[in-house]
Structures are given as structure tokens and as C-alpha cells.
Ligand binder design. Structure first.
Ligand SMILES: *Cc1c(COP(=O)(O)O)cnc(C)c1O
Length: 227
């Protein structure tokens, strides 16, 4: 597992370098390790290398890992599409959900979250013009959905998330992220705890850091190719 340790060390150096290069303060970009399709051994190795936050896309796979690693004190982030019948298990097992693009799903998560425990942290997923998949709310509808999520008792609205289509060069990646960053800045003063811009994956995180990302979601660069 030394590769995972090495990968995280190299990646952390690059994040620090990009923070400096683009005028971001050191440590302002948090690293979420996306462990989907990788075994629990890889998660343990990443945790030993200092990673505290893990992202999963597929509920059953995630639940198996969460149960297996229940003694490990980490934050689990659900970052995949959500069907209605999955909300209860997500509300009960995760600390974060990044992929909210419908009020109905947010409402169910709030209803099914234990009211006496910590709130479930939520990012609203935005569909950008370059989007490859169908997930995400249109930029023009982000504010209305954020207002609704903010009003739900057992959720805590934390920010915005997006997964732009793969673009070949830094400049076009930056242009895409900039549109989202502007909306994030505009909405930020409206909400109590709105501090997360969840953008950037293995092949575009430099552009994301340059355009204000506060949380990058990295799989391949840490764990290698997925099975
Ligand atoms: C898989 C995935 C990632 C990680 O992608 P890599 O290119 O492997 O870094 C990030 N975010 C989401 C939503 C994903 O589904």
C-alpha cells in the first residue's frame, strides 16, 4: 500500500503548490478521497496516510465498507445519484451528501435523519453547460433549491457541487468552474453555514483550485484505476 501513501503525499504537495500559485491560502482546499470500486484495504491505507473524508457513489458497496470500517473515525460522503428508495440508508449512514438536485430527495433525507444527532451536510449539485450526465439542477434554479434545503430541519446546507464534462485544457476547465464560483459567491451570504464549493477531480483539480474550490474529490490519483 506504499503507493497510496506516496500518491497522497505527492497529491498534497501539488494541492499546496496550486494554492500558492493561485493565491489561495494554504490549507483552504480540503481533500475528499473517492474510494468507489476500491477495497477497504485501500481506505485503511489512505486513512493511515491522514485522509479523514471518503466519497462513495454506490449505496450497497458503501454500506458494506462503512459497516466493515465502523471503528474508523472518518466522514462518509455520498456523491452519486440518489433514488428515493435509498434515502433512508443514506440519512442513517453518511455525514455528507453532495448530489442533491431535487427537493423531494432532500425532504426525505431530512425526514429520515435522526433529529437528535448531527445534521446531514448537503451540497446542491449544479448542472453546468458542459455537463456530460443528466444530474444536477440548472444554475438558474440553484437559489430556489438552496432556499428549500436551508429550511429543512435535519439538513445543513453547506454549498454547491458540480461534475463538468472532461475538457482538454486548463483554460476551458477554468472558464467552466468560474461560472459556478460566481454563483457560489453570490449565494454565500444568504445562508448560515455555506462554506463548501465541491469541484475538481483527478484531471481538472488544478483548474478547480484556481477557481475557488474548497473541496476536491479525488479517486484515480490516490487509488489508481478503478476495477
Ligand atoms: C468518481 C468520482 C470522482 C473521482 O474521479 P477521479 O477522476 O477518479 O478522481 C469525483 N467525483 C464524483 C462525483 C465521482 O463520481
Amino acid at each position: 500500500m506504499t503507493t497510496i501513501t506516496d500518491n497522497i503525499e505527492r497529491l498534497s504537495d501539488r494541492i499546496l503548490r496550486f494554492e500558492r500559485q493561485y493565491g489561495r491560502s494554504a490549507g483552504s482546499v480540503k481533500l475528499l478521497a473517492v474510494s468507489k470500486r476500491h477495497p477497504v484495504e485501500s481506505i485503511i491505507a489512505a486513512n493511515e496516510a491522514g485522509i479523514q473524508d471518503f466519497g462513495e457513489n454506490y449505496l450497497q458497496e458503501a454500506l458494506n465498507k462503512i459497516q466493515h470500517l465502523s471503528s474508523m473515525h472518518v466522514n462518509w460522503h455520498f456523491i452519486g445519484p440518489i433514488q428515493s428508495n435509498k434515502t433512508k440508508a443514506i440519512a442513517e449512514n453518511f455525514q455528507w451528501v453532495h448530489s442533491i438536485d431535487r427537493l423531494k430527495i432532500a425532504q426525505r433525507l431530512s425526514d429520515q435523519r435522526e433529529p437528535s444527532g448531527p445534521k446531514l451536510n448537503i451540497c446542491v449539485q449544479i448542472k453546468l453547460s458542459t455537463e456530460a450526465n443528466k444530474s444536477g439542477v440548472e444554475l438558474g434554479e440553484a437559489e430556489a433549491l438552496c432556499d428549500s434545503v436551508e429550511a429543512l430541519p435535519n439538513l445543513q446546507l453547506r454549498g454547491l457541487m458540480a461534475i463538468p464534462a472532461a475538457l482538454p485544457d486548463l483554460e476551458s476547465q477554468r472558464r467552466t468552474f468560474r461560472v459556478l464560483a460566481q454563483e457560489y459567491s453570490r449565494l454565500k451570504p444568504r445562508y448560515a453555514q455555506f462554506d463548501t464549493l465541491s469541484t475538481g477531480m483527478s484531471n481538472d483539480f488544478e483548474a478547480a483550485v484556481a477557481e475557488g474550490s474548497t473541496l476536491i474529490r479525488i479517486g484515480t490519483t490516490i487509488f489508481g484505476p478503478r476495477n
